[in-house]
Design a protein. Structure first.
Length: 202
């Protein structure tokens, strides 16, 4: 399988390995609680200096909640809009459209999905939070969250990014032909066998 930090946006209920997003009420509640902790952690890291113990407390809370969620329910995908995060069609985080909104911080740079996979490390979790905090702290200036996520090359956090919507068609933010090809190969590798056979027959 070709490694990629993209997930298949055309199949928003599926991430690497074909595992569906959360579907039961208990899981959705857990994801909602995680997103609340995530938002609070990002804001706390942004507001307090590294010497203050509060940011690290929230880093631990987020990592513990994320790890427990993954262990209990498996990997999941969040769909990103300008004002909300959703999973399985259920809103798990919502706020006014502004740069202080966690969803908007990611949406404004073209991120449409974020997937979390089992096996995430504390270092990976902390870096993910730091990217959000840096974006929040840089309100009014240009911080490309999508680019920072790509550079971080997280092994257990995936994202799918689009540049813009033109007449309803999504344009991949691949950056170059080689990366776009890698994305296509990644999608093909994660499709169910029957879908691959149907595609090959067309």
């Amino acid at each position: 399988m070709v490694e990629s930090n993209f997930i298949d946006f055309d199949k928003p209920a599926v991430i690497s390995g074909g595992v569906p997003t959360a579907t039961n009420d208990r899981t959705v509640r857990s994801v909602r609680e995680l997103c609340t902790t995530w938002s609070r952690a990002v804001k706390t890291i942004c507001l307090y200096p590294p010497s203050n113990p509060l940011p690290d407390e929230f880093r631990s809370k987020f990592f513990d909640a994320l790890t427990l969620l993954l262990e209990d329910h498996g990997q999941f995908v969040l769909q990103v809009s300008d004002a909300a995060l959703t999973t399985s069609g259920q809103v798990v985080y919502e706020g006014a459209v502004s740069e202080e909104n966690l969803a908007y911080l990611f949406f404004k740079d073209g991120i449409r999905e974020i997937g979390f996979e089992i096996g995430i490390s504390r270092m990976e979790s902390d870096r993910f939070l730091q990217i959000g905090a840096e974006a929040l702290a840089a309100i009014g200036t240009r911080v490309d969250v999508a680019n920072r996520l790509w550079e971080a090359s997280f092994p257990h956090i995936k994202h799918y990014t689009v540049d813009r919507v033109i007449e309803g068609a999504y344009i991949e933010a691949a950056g170059d032909e080689e990366l776009a090809q890698a994305h296509e190969q990644f999608i093909t590798a994660t499709l169910p066998e029957e879908t691959k056979q149907t595609t090959a027959g067309n």
